[in-house]
Ligand binder design. Structure first.
Ligand SMILES: Nc1ncnc2c1ncn2[C@@H]1O[C@H](COP(=O)(O)OP(=O)(O)OP(=O)(O)O)[C@@H](O)[C@H]1O
Ligand SMILES: [Mg+2]
Length: 407
Protein backbone atom coordinates (compact mmCIF):
# COMPACT_ATOMS: atom_id res chain seq x y z
CA UNK A 1 0.00 0.00 0.00
CA UNK A 2 1.26 3.44 -0.81
CA UNK A 3 2.40 5.61 2.06
CA UNK A 4 -0.14 8.31 1.18
CA UNK A 5 -3.00 5.85 1.53
CA UNK A 6 -1.71 4.66 4.88
CA UNK A 7 -1.56 8.24 6.11
CA UNK A 8 -5.10 8.81 4.97
CA UNK A 9 -6.35 5.66 6.62
CA UNK A 10 -4.67 6.39 9.93
CA UNK A 11 -5.16 10.18 9.90
CA UNK A 12 -1.47 10.97 9.76
CA UNK A 13 -0.69 14.47 8.52
CA UNK A 14 2.78 15.41 7.32
CA UNK A 15 5.07 14.79 4.45
CA UNK A 16 8.64 15.05 5.69
CA UNK A 17 11.08 12.38 4.63
CA UNK A 18 11.76 11.34 8.21
CA UNK A 19 8.04 10.74 8.88
CA UNK A 20 7.58 8.84 5.62
CA UNK A 21 10.61 6.73 6.48
CA UNK A 22 9.15 5.85 9.89
CA UNK A 23 5.87 4.77 8.26
CA UNK A 24 7.77 2.78 5.67
CA UNK A 25 9.71 0.86 8.34
CA UNK A 26 6.46 0.13 10.21
CA UNK A 27 4.91 -1.36 7.09
CA UNK A 28 8.03 -3.38 6.25
CA UNK A 29 8.32 -4.87 9.72
CA UNK A 30 4.58 -5.51 10.16
CA UNK A 31 4.37 -9.01 8.59
CA UNK A 32 7.24 -10.32 10.75
CA UNK A 33 6.99 -11.16 14.44
CA UNK A 34 9.91 -8.94 15.42
CA UNK A 35 9.64 -6.69 18.46
CA UNK A 36 9.60 -3.01 17.67
CA UNK A 37 10.63 -0.11 19.87
CA UNK A 38 9.11 3.23 18.93
CA UNK A 39 10.87 6.22 20.37
CA UNK A 40 10.39 9.94 20.12
CA UNK A 41 9.64 12.94 22.30
CA UNK A 42 6.29 13.38 23.95
CA UNK A 43 3.51 14.36 21.54
CA UNK A 44 5.23 13.37 18.28
CA UNK A 45 2.57 10.83 17.34
CA UNK A 46 3.94 7.47 18.44
CA UNK A 47 0.61 5.92 19.29
CA UNK A 48 -0.54 5.32 15.74
CA UNK A 49 2.50 3.23 14.80
CA UNK A 50 1.69 0.04 16.74
CA UNK A 51 -1.78 0.18 15.16
CA UNK A 52 -0.27 0.33 11.69
CA UNK A 53 2.01 -2.60 12.48
CA UNK A 54 -0.87 -4.67 13.88
CA UNK A 55 -3.15 -3.89 10.93
CA UNK A 56 -0.53 -4.85 8.37
CA UNK A 57 0.39 -8.10 10.09
CA UNK A 58 -1.18 -11.53 9.86
CA UNK A 59 -2.43 -10.91 13.41
CA UNK A 60 -4.82 -8.18 12.35
CA UNK A 61 -7.85 -10.32 13.23
CA UNK A 62 -6.33 -11.09 16.62
CA UNK A 63 -6.61 -8.92 19.73
CA UNK A 64 -4.74 -5.63 19.97
CA UNK A 65 -4.13 -4.37 23.48
CA UNK A 66 -2.46 -1.08 24.37
CA UNK A 67 -1.15 -0.83 27.93
CA UNK A 68 0.15 2.39 29.42
CA UNK A 69 2.83 1.01 31.72
CA UNK A 70 3.23 4.38 33.41
CA UNK A 71 -0.37 4.54 34.57
CA UNK A 72 -0.52 1.22 36.42
CA UNK A 73 0.61 1.26 40.06
CA UNK A 74 3.77 -0.71 40.69
CA UNK A 75 2.04 -3.06 43.09
CA UNK A 76 -0.47 -4.36 40.54
CA UNK A 77 1.42 -4.22 37.27
CA UNK A 78 2.59 -7.86 37.27
CA UNK A 79 -0.92 -9.03 37.91
CA UNK A 80 -2.35 -6.76 35.19
CA UNK A 81 0.14 -7.94 32.60
CA UNK A 82 0.47 -11.59 33.51
CA UNK A 83 -2.64 -12.33 35.57
CA UNK A 84 -2.88 -13.87 39.02
CA UNK A 85 -4.18 -16.91 40.83
CA UNK A 86 -6.98 -16.76 43.35
CA UNK A 87 -5.61 -15.90 46.80
CA UNK A 88 -2.17 -14.91 45.50
CA UNK A 89 -2.41 -11.58 47.35
CA UNK A 90 -4.88 -9.82 49.61
CA UNK A 91 -7.91 -8.96 47.55
CA UNK A 92 -7.27 -11.59 44.85
CA UNK A 93 -10.68 -13.21 45.25
CA UNK A 94 -10.63 -14.76 41.80
CA UNK A 95 -7.99 -15.80 39.38
CA UNK A 96 -7.60 -13.40 36.49
CA UNK A 97 -6.07 -13.45 33.04
CA UNK A 98 -3.42 -10.85 32.32
CA UNK A 99 -3.14 -8.75 29.17
CA UNK A 100 -0.55 -11.09 27.67
CA UNK A 101 -2.91 -14.02 27.87
CA UNK A 102 -5.82 -11.99 26.51
CA UNK A 103 -3.69 -10.78 23.60
CA UNK A 104 -2.63 -14.33 22.69
CA UNK A 105 -2.44 -14.54 18.89
CA UNK A 106 -2.48 -10.76 18.65
CA UNK A 107 -0.36 -7.74 19.50
CA UNK A 108 0.38 -6.00 22.77
CA UNK A 109 1.54 -2.39 22.81
CA UNK A 110 3.53 -1.44 25.90
CA UNK A 111 3.45 2.33 26.02
CA UNK A 112 5.91 4.16 28.32
CA UNK A 113 7.80 0.91 28.66
CA UNK A 114 10.64 2.60 30.57
CA UNK A 115 8.24 2.97 33.50
CA UNK A 116 8.13 -0.78 34.10
CA UNK A 117 9.61 -1.78 37.46
CA UNK A 118 12.79 -3.83 37.19
CA UNK A 119 11.11 -7.00 38.44
CA UNK A 120 8.47 -6.74 35.71
CA UNK A 121 11.20 -6.15 33.17
CA UNK A 122 12.62 -9.58 34.07
CA UNK A 123 9.24 -11.24 33.42
CA UNK A 124 8.86 -9.36 30.15
CA UNK A 125 12.29 -10.45 28.97
CA UNK A 126 11.33 -14.04 29.61
CA UNK A 127 8.11 -13.74 27.60
CA UNK A 128 10.01 -12.16 24.75
CA UNK A 129 12.63 -14.90 24.74
CA UNK A 130 10.52 -17.97 25.35
CA UNK A 131 6.89 -16.92 25.04
CA UNK A 132 6.45 -18.24 28.57
CA UNK A 133 5.41 -16.68 31.86
CA UNK A 134 3.87 -17.51 35.23
CA UNK A 135 0.78 -15.89 36.64
CA UNK A 136 1.35 -14.14 39.96
CA UNK A 137 1.05 -16.79 42.68
CA UNK A 138 1.19 -19.70 40.24
CA UNK A 139 3.89 -22.15 39.29
CA UNK A 140 2.22 -23.29 36.11
CA UNK A 141 4.03 -22.11 32.99
CA UNK A 142 1.77 -20.50 30.41
CA UNK A 143 2.89 -20.33 26.82
CA UNK A 144 1.57 -17.66 24.49
CA UNK A 145 2.24 -16.14 21.11
CA UNK A 146 2.08 -12.36 21.32
CA UNK A 147 3.79 -9.71 19.25
CA UNK A 148 5.28 -7.00 21.45
CA UNK A 149 5.58 -3.38 20.41
CA UNK A 150 6.88 -0.86 22.92
CA UNK A 151 7.18 2.91 23.00
CA UNK A 152 9.14 5.39 25.04
CA UNK A 153 9.51 9.15 25.14
CA UNK A 154 12.64 9.09 27.27
CA UNK A 155 16.17 8.23 26.33
CA UNK A 156 16.35 4.56 27.35
CA UNK A 157 20.14 4.49 27.10
CA UNK A 158 20.25 7.02 29.91
CA UNK A 159 17.80 4.91 31.92
CA UNK A 160 20.14 1.95 31.40
CA UNK A 161 23.09 3.97 32.67
CA UNK A 162 21.09 4.86 35.75
CA UNK A 163 20.25 1.16 36.25
CA UNK A 164 16.54 1.84 35.80
CA UNK A 165 16.18 -0.21 32.65
CA UNK A 166 17.70 -3.59 31.82
CA UNK A 167 20.12 -3.52 28.96
CA UNK A 168 19.25 -7.05 27.81
CA UNK A 169 15.57 -6.14 27.64
CA UNK A 170 16.38 -3.00 25.67
CA UNK A 171 18.24 -4.97 23.00
CA UNK A 172 15.47 -7.55 22.88
CA UNK A 173 12.74 -4.91 22.44
CA UNK A 174 14.76 -2.79 20.09
CA UNK A 175 15.08 -5.47 17.41
CA UNK A 176 13.61 -2.93 15.01
CA UNK A 177 13.82 0.68 16.15
CA UNK A 178 11.44 3.31 14.79
CA UNK A 179 12.34 6.87 15.63
CA UNK A 180 9.61 9.48 15.27
CA UNK A 181 11.19 12.88 14.66
CA UNK A 182 10.22 15.93 16.75
CA UNK A 183 8.08 18.61 15.11
CA UNK A 184 10.90 21.17 15.10
CA UNK A 185 12.70 19.14 12.44
CA UNK A 186 9.49 18.71 10.43
CA UNK A 187 9.02 22.41 9.78
CA UNK A 188 7.04 21.98 6.57
CA UNK A 189 4.52 19.84 8.43
CA UNK A 190 3.56 22.60 10.85
CA UNK A 191 1.40 24.37 8.23
CA UNK A 192 -0.30 21.18 7.14
CA UNK A 193 -1.05 20.21 10.71
CA UNK A 194 -2.34 23.66 11.65
CA UNK A 195 -4.66 23.68 8.66
CA UNK A 196 -5.95 20.19 9.41
CA UNK A 197 -6.55 20.84 13.11
CA UNK A 198 -8.19 24.20 12.34
CA UNK A 199 -10.53 22.72 9.74
CA UNK A 200 -11.40 19.69 11.90
CA UNK A 201 -12.25 22.01 14.75
CA UNK A 202 -14.30 24.30 12.50
CA UNK A 203 -16.23 21.35 11.12
CA UNK A 204 -16.98 19.93 14.56
CA UNK A 205 -18.18 23.27 15.83
CA UNK A 206 -19.77 24.54 12.64
CA UNK A 207 -17.77 27.73 12.35
CA UNK A 208 -15.32 29.11 9.78
CA UNK A 209 -11.76 27.81 10.15
CA UNK A 210 -8.96 30.09 11.32
CA UNK A 211 -6.11 30.77 8.91
CA UNK A 212 -2.62 32.24 9.28
CA UNK A 213 -1.00 35.30 7.74
CA UNK A 214 2.46 34.99 6.21
CA UNK A 215 4.31 36.22 9.32
CA UNK A 216 2.29 33.88 11.54
CA UNK A 217 3.28 30.99 9.29
CA UNK A 218 6.91 31.89 9.71
CA UNK A 219 6.52 31.88 13.48
CA UNK A 220 4.84 28.50 13.30
CA UNK A 221 7.90 27.18 11.50
CA UNK A 222 10.57 28.77 13.65
CA UNK A 223 9.05 27.89 17.02
CA UNK A 224 10.60 24.94 18.90
CA UNK A 225 7.35 23.10 19.73
CA UNK A 226 8.55 21.42 22.94
CA UNK A 227 5.19 19.63 23.20
CA UNK A 228 5.31 18.69 19.52
CA UNK A 229 2.09 17.89 17.65
CA UNK A 230 0.02 17.64 20.82
CA UNK A 231 0.96 21.24 21.66
CA UNK A 232 0.26 22.45 18.12
CA UNK A 233 -3.14 20.78 18.22
CA UNK A 234 -4.02 22.34 21.58
CA UNK A 235 -2.92 25.79 20.48
CA UNK A 236 -4.83 25.59 17.20
CA UNK A 237 -7.96 24.65 19.11
CA UNK A 238 -7.45 27.39 21.69
CA UNK A 239 -7.05 29.99 18.95
CA UNK A 240 -10.10 28.65 17.14
CA UNK A 241 -12.20 29.12 20.25
CA UNK A 242 -10.86 32.37 21.58
CA UNK A 243 -10.05 34.57 18.61
CA UNK A 244 -12.96 36.31 16.96
CA UNK A 245 -11.03 37.37 13.92
CA UNK A 246 -10.53 34.27 11.79
CA UNK A 247 -7.28 35.53 10.30
CA UNK A 248 -4.46 35.06 12.76
CA UNK A 249 -1.36 37.23 12.45
CA UNK A 250 2.05 36.83 14.09
CA UNK A 251 1.22 39.08 17.02
CA UNK A 252 -1.83 37.02 17.97
CA UNK A 253 -0.10 33.71 17.45
CA UNK A 254 2.79 34.70 19.70
CA UNK A 255 0.40 35.20 22.60
CA UNK A 256 -0.27 31.48 22.50
CA UNK A 257 3.42 30.53 22.50
CA UNK A 258 4.34 31.55 26.04
CA UNK A 259 8.03 30.82 25.77
CA UNK A 260 8.41 32.28 22.28
CA UNK A 261 10.23 35.37 23.48
CA UNK A 262 12.25 33.56 26.11
CA UNK A 263 13.63 31.22 23.50
CA UNK A 264 14.92 34.25 21.62
CA UNK A 265 16.53 35.99 24.61
CA UNK A 266 20.30 36.42 24.55
CA UNK A 267 20.64 34.41 27.76
CA UNK A 268 21.97 31.76 25.49
CA UNK A 269 22.58 28.55 27.16
CA UNK A 270 25.60 26.99 25.51
CA UNK A 271 25.25 23.71 27.31
CA UNK A 272 21.89 22.97 25.71
CA UNK A 273 23.37 22.36 22.32
CA UNK A 274 26.15 20.24 23.64
CA UNK A 275 24.20 17.81 25.76
CA UNK A 276 21.26 15.69 24.81
CA UNK A 277 18.53 16.19 27.34
CA UNK A 278 15.75 13.69 27.71
CA UNK A 279 13.08 16.31 28.07
CA UNK A 280 12.23 19.96 28.09
CA UNK A 281 11.73 19.74 31.84
CA UNK A 282 15.30 18.55 32.26
CA UNK A 283 16.56 21.54 30.30
CA UNK A 284 14.59 23.87 32.53
CA UNK A 285 15.88 22.19 35.66
CA UNK A 286 19.42 22.59 34.41
CA UNK A 287 18.95 26.24 33.54
CA UNK A 288 17.32 26.97 36.88
CA UNK A 289 19.99 25.08 38.71
CA UNK A 290 22.80 26.97 36.99
CA UNK A 291 21.06 30.30 37.43
CA UNK A 292 20.66 29.59 41.08
CA UNK A 293 24.35 28.77 41.35
CA UNK A 294 25.18 32.06 39.66
CA UNK A 295 22.92 34.00 41.99
CA UNK A 296 24.48 32.34 45.01
CA UNK A 297 27.97 33.07 43.72
CA UNK A 298 26.95 36.68 43.31
CA UNK A 299 25.50 36.85 46.80
CA UNK A 300 28.71 35.43 48.16
CA UNK A 301 30.69 37.99 46.21
CA UNK A 302 28.58 40.89 47.43
CA UNK A 303 28.95 39.62 50.97
CA UNK A 304 32.74 39.47 50.66
CA UNK A 305 32.83 42.94 49.14
CA UNK A 306 30.81 44.23 52.03
CA UNK A 307 33.29 42.66 54.40
CA UNK A 308 36.56 43.59 52.74
CA UNK A 309 35.80 46.22 50.12
CA UNK A 310 35.80 45.87 46.39
CA UNK A 311 39.47 46.85 46.02
CA UNK A 312 40.61 43.71 47.77
CA UNK A 313 42.89 41.93 45.31
CA UNK A 314 42.08 38.52 46.66
CA UNK A 315 38.39 39.07 46.05
CA UNK A 316 39.04 40.19 42.53
CA UNK A 317 41.23 37.19 41.79
CA UNK A 318 39.00 34.62 43.43
CA UNK A 319 35.91 35.87 41.73
CA UNK A 320 37.22 36.83 38.33
CA UNK A 321 35.64 33.77 36.78
CA UNK A 322 32.10 34.39 37.97
CA UNK A 323 32.32 38.09 37.22
CA UNK A 324 33.58 37.46 33.72
CA UNK A 325 30.85 34.93 33.18
CA UNK A 326 28.11 37.18 34.43
CA UNK A 327 29.31 40.27 32.64
CA UNK A 328 30.29 38.56 29.45
CA UNK A 329 30.13 41.08 26.66
CA UNK A 330 29.82 44.01 29.06
CA UNK A 331 32.65 46.18 30.32
CA UNK A 332 35.17 44.31 32.48
CA UNK A 333 33.80 45.62 35.72
CA UNK A 334 36.10 43.79 38.06
CA UNK A 335 39.27 45.22 36.56
CA UNK A 336 38.11 48.76 37.01
CA UNK A 337 38.82 50.80 40.05
CA UNK A 338 36.87 50.20 43.16
CA UNK A 339 34.29 52.90 42.44
CA UNK A 340 31.84 50.44 40.99
CA UNK A 341 32.06 48.19 43.97
CA UNK A 342 32.22 50.86 46.57
CA UNK A 343 29.61 49.49 48.85
CA UNK A 344 30.96 51.11 52.00
CA UNK A 345 27.69 52.87 52.53
CA UNK A 346 25.91 49.59 52.93
CA UNK A 347 28.56 48.03 55.15
CA UNK A 348 26.58 48.56 58.25
CA UNK A 349 23.43 47.04 56.97
CA UNK A 350 22.30 43.86 58.43
CA UNK A 351 24.06 41.08 56.58
CA UNK A 352 22.23 38.39 58.41
CA UNK A 353 19.90 37.97 55.44
CA UNK A 354 22.73 37.37 53.08
CA UNK A 355 24.09 34.57 55.19
CA UNK A 356 20.73 33.02 55.39
CA UNK A 357 20.28 33.09 51.65
CA UNK A 358 23.67 31.53 51.04
CA UNK A 359 22.53 28.54 52.99
CA UNK A 360 19.34 28.29 51.02
CA UNK A 361 18.74 24.82 49.74
CA UNK A 362 19.77 23.97 46.21
CA UNK A 363 18.11 20.63 46.39
CA UNK A 364 16.32 19.65 43.20
CA UNK A 365 14.26 17.22 45.24
CA UNK A 366 12.85 20.03 47.33
CA UNK A 367 11.99 22.03 44.24
CA UNK A 368 10.39 18.97 42.74
CA UNK A 369 8.36 18.38 45.89
CA UNK A 370 7.23 22.01 45.86
CA UNK A 371 6.10 21.75 42.23
CA UNK A 372 4.24 18.53 42.91
CA UNK A 373 2.39 20.08 45.84
CA UNK A 374 1.54 23.13 43.71
CA UNK A 375 0.23 20.99 40.88
CA UNK A 376 -1.84 18.84 43.25
CA UNK A 377 -3.32 21.91 44.92
CA UNK A 378 -4.12 23.47 41.58
CA UNK A 379 -6.00 20.38 40.49
CA UNK A 380 -7.70 19.74 43.81
CA UNK A 381 -5.63 16.65 44.42
CA UNK A 382 -6.55 15.04 41.09
CA UNK A 383 -3.44 13.08 40.21
CA UNK A 384 -4.31 12.58 36.58
CA UNK A 385 -4.42 16.33 35.86
CA UNK A 386 -1.52 17.12 38.17
CA UNK A 387 0.69 14.54 36.45
CA UNK A 388 -0.31 15.87 33.01
CA UNK A 389 0.65 19.35 34.08
CA UNK A 390 3.94 18.16 35.54
CA UNK A 391 4.70 16.19 32.41
CA UNK A 392 5.21 12.91 34.27
CA UNK A 393 3.22 9.73 34.31
CA UNK A 394 0.53 9.17 36.87
CA UNK A 395 2.47 6.30 38.33
CA UNK A 396 5.65 8.34 38.69
CA UNK A 397 3.59 10.99 40.47
CA UNK A 398 2.10 8.34 42.73
CA UNK A 399 5.60 7.12 43.56
CA UNK A 400 6.89 10.60 44.24
CA UNK A 401 3.95 11.45 46.50
CA UNK A 402 4.90 8.44 48.58
CA UNK A 403 8.61 9.18 48.40
CA UNK A 404 8.17 12.77 49.59
CA UNK A 405 5.41 11.80 51.97
CA UNK A 406 3.06 14.41 50.55
CA UNK A 407 -0.27 14.43 52.30
N1 LIG B 1 1.12 13.20 12.06
C1 LIG B 1 0.02 13.50 12.77
N2 LIG B 1 -1.08 13.91 12.15
C2 LIG B 1 -2.19 14.25 12.85
N3 LIG B 1 -2.27 14.20 14.17
C3 LIG B 1 -1.20 13.78 14.84
C4 LIG B 1 0.00 13.40 14.17
N4 LIG B 1 0.90 13.02 15.10
C5 LIG B 1 0.29 13.16 16.29
N5 LIG B 1 -0.96 13.61 16.14
C6 LIG B 1 -1.88 13.91 17.24
O1 LIG B 1 -1.11 14.50 18.28
C7 LIG B 1 -1.51 14.01 19.56
C8 LIG B 1 -0.34 13.38 20.26
O2 LIG B 1 0.06 12.19 19.61
P1 LIG B 1 0.39 10.85 20.42
O3 LIG B 1 -0.60 10.65 21.51
O4 LIG B 1 0.57 9.74 19.46
O5 LIG B 1 1.78 11.27 21.04
P2 LIG B 1 2.90 10.35 21.70
O6 LIG B 1 4.08 10.38 20.82
O7 LIG B 1 2.32 9.04 22.05
O8 LIG B 1 3.24 11.21 23.01
P3 LIG B 1 3.53 10.69 24.55
O9 LIG B 1 4.94 10.18 24.53
O10 LIG B 1 3.40 11.93 25.34
O11 LIG B 1 2.51 9.65 24.86
C9 LIG B 1 -2.66 13.06 19.29
O12 LIG B 1 -3.86 13.77 19.44
C10 LIG B 1 -2.46 12.65 17.85
O13 LIG B 1 -3.68 12.31 17.26
MG1 LIG C 1 1.69 8.21 23.88
Amino acid sequence: MEIQKIKQRFGIIGNTTSLNRAIDIAVQVAPTDLSVLISGESGVGKEVFPKIIHQFSSRKHGTYIAVNCGAIPEGTIDSELFGHEKGSFTGAFDSRKGYFEVANGGTIFLDEVSELPLSTQVRLLRVLETGEFLKVGSSKVIKINVRVIAATNINILEAIQQSKFREDLYYRLNTVPIEIPPLRVRKEDTQLLFRKFASDFAERNRMPAVSLTEDAREILQSYRWPGNIRQLKNITEQISVIEENREIDGKILRKYLPDYYESKLPVVYDAIDQKTFASEREILYNILFDMKNDVNDLKKLVYEIMQKGAADVEIQQNNAKIINKLYQGAEPVVQENNKKFDLDHVKDENIQDTEEIIEESLSLQEKEKELIIKALNKHNGKRKYASDELGISERTLYRKIKEYDIK
